[in-house]
Design a protein around this ligand. Structure first.
Ligand SMILES: NC(=O)c1ccc[n+]([C@@H]2O[C@H](COP(=O)([O-])OP(=O)(O)OC[C@H]3O[C@@H](n4cnc5c(N)ncnc54)[C@H](OP(=O)(O)O)[C@@H]3O)[C@@H](O)[C@H]2O)c1
Length: 246
C-alpha cells in the first residue's frame, strides 16, 4: 500500500468525523478549533502593540481581519506575515471591511477618526481598547478622564455601539490567552446588549472570559491604574467590580 492510501474503513471513519464536526456534534479543542473559519470580519484601527497582537490572534482563531493605520506599507507587511486571513488597508477601508471594529490607537486620534470614518461607524460594534493619557494625548485625555473613557468614546465615535475592552492588560500577553482558555477575565463595559454579546464571543475566542462590569459609565474603571487593571480571574473581576460605583 502506498503511504498516501487510506483504507476503506478509515476513509469512512474520517468522513463521518468530518461530517460530525461540520454539524457541531464533535467538540473541538486546542489547535484544531483555531482552524475553523468564522464569518464575522474584523477591522483593526491601529496596528501597533495592541492591534497587531489582537488581529494576529483573531486570524489564528479563524476570523478575517484587516489591519490599518497611517502606514499602509507596515500593515501590508504585517498582513503578509499573519497569513491568508489577514488583509491591510486604510482606516476607511478597514472600517468598511469590518462587521466589528477594534480601536487601538492613541486616544488623541479618536476625534479625527470619528469624523473621517463617519458613516462606516454607524450601528457598528466597536471594541475600544484606546486609553486616555494626558501626557501622551493632551487635553482630550483630561476630558476623557473627567467624563469617563467609555462615555467620552461614545461621544467621539458617534453611532458606534461601543464596548470597552482590552484596556488594562499588557499587549505582550494578548496573543497567548488562548493557551489557557477562560483563566484570565476580561472586564468589559457597554450599553448595547447585542454589541456586548458579539464582543463577548470575540473575546472568548481569544481565550479570555469576558466579565461585564456595567454600562459605558463604568468604562472609567477600564483604564490602567484602577483596581480592575492587570490580569485577574473572572471571579476576582466580579468581586472588584462589586466595590466600584458608576
Ligand atoms: N500597549 C499596551 O500594553 C496597551 C494595553 C491596553 C491598551 N492600550 C491602549 O491601546 C492603544 C494602542 O496602544 P499600542 O500600545 O498598540 O500603541 P502603538 O503601538 O503606538 O500603536 C498605535 C497604532 O495606532 C496607529 N495610529 C496612530 N494614530 C492614528 C490615526 N490618527 N489614524 C490611524 N491609526 C493611527 C499607529 O500607527 P501610525 O502612527 O503609523 O498611524 C499604530 O498602528 C492606546 O490607546 C493604549 O493606551 C495599550
Amino acid at each position: 500500500m502506498r503511504t498516501t492510501d487510506i483504507s476503506g474503513s478509515r476513509r469512512a471513519l474520517l468522513k463521518a468525523v468530518g461530517a460530525a464536526v461540520v454539524l457541531g456534534a464533535v467538540p473541538l479543542g486546542g489547535p484544531v478549533a483555531f482552524a475553523q473559519s468564522k464569518t464575522t470580519k474584523i477591522g483593526l484601527i491601529g496596528s501597533g502593540n495592541v492591534g497587531s497582537a489582537l488581529g494576529r490572534s483573531w486570524a489564528r482563531a479563524g476570523y478575517e481581519v484587516m489591519f490599518s493605520s497611517r502606514n499602509l506599507d507596515h500593515d501590508r507587511a504585517l498582513a503578509a506575515e499573519v497569513g491568508a486571513r489577514a488583509h491591510a488597508g486604510t482606516p476607511e477601508q478597514a472600517a468598511a471591511f469590518g462587521d466589528v471594529l477594534l480601536f487601538a490607537v492613541p486616544y488623541r486620534a479618536l476625534p479625527d477618526l470619528g469624523k473621517s470614518l463617519g458613516d462606516s461607524l454607524k450601528g457598528k460594534v466597536v471594541l475600544n481598547a484606546s486609553n486616555p493619557f494626558p501626557q501622551r494625548d493632551g487635553e482630550i485625555a483630561n476630558q476623557a478622564r473627567e467624563k469617563g473613557a467609555g462615555l467620552m468614546s461614545a461621544e467621539l465615535l458617534p453611532g458606534a455601539r461601543i464596548v470597552r475592552a482590552f484596556n488594562a492588560i499588557g499587549a505582550a500577553r494578548m496573543g497567548s490567552a488562548w493557551k489557557e482558555p477562560g483563566r484570565i477575565g476580561m472586564p468589559i463595559a457597554g450599553d448595547d446588549p447585542k454589541a456586548i454579546e458579539i464582543a463577548s464571543q470575540l473575546i472568548r475566542d481569544l481565550g479570555y472570559e469576558p466579565v461585564l462590569v456595567g454600562g459605558l459609565a463604568m468604562g472609567k474603571y477600564l483604564i490602567p491604574g484602577t483596581p480592575l487593571s492587570g490580569e485577574h480571574t473572572p471571579d476576582e473581576i466580579r468581586k472588584i467590580a462589586a466595590t466600584l460605583k458608576p
